[in-house]
Design a protein around this ligand. Structure first.
Ligand SMILES: [Zn+2]
Length: 103
């Protein structure tokens, strides 16, 4: 989901941008959070500037943000810099669950 944008998400309105997933023009600049695997750790980054599609909820980062996330990742997400921690529930897919009406 780290795609190039033709403008800065934090700048002025983006009248020409359309969602790259569903094509909707109802996209707004926001701050989002996302989870990343770092080795065997799952970490969450909040406050990421992104464009969010009102229709499908997909999020798009510009180049600068993608690079910033790479820099954070390269720093190894040291535990002492975490602003807080959350507990994460883990599930096992197990035997294939019954799946109906996959379209
Ligand atoms: Zn969309």
């Amino acid at each position: 989901m780290e795609m190039q944008l033709p403008f800065e998400p934090e700048g002025e309105a983006a009248p020409s941008f359309r969602c790259m997933s569903c094509g909707s023009a109802e996209v707004h600049a926001s701050r989002v959070r996302s989870a990343f695997w770092h080795d065997d750790r799952l970490v969450v980054v909040e406050g990421i500037p992104a464009l969010v599609c009102e229709r499908c909820g997909d999020q798009f980062y510009d180049d600068r943000t993608a690079i910033g996330l790479d820099i954070l990742r390269g720093g190894g997400f040291p535990a002492e810099q975490a602003v807080r921690t959350v507990e994460v529930a883990v599930f096992d897919y197990g035997e294939a669950p019954a799946v109906r009406n996959v379209s």
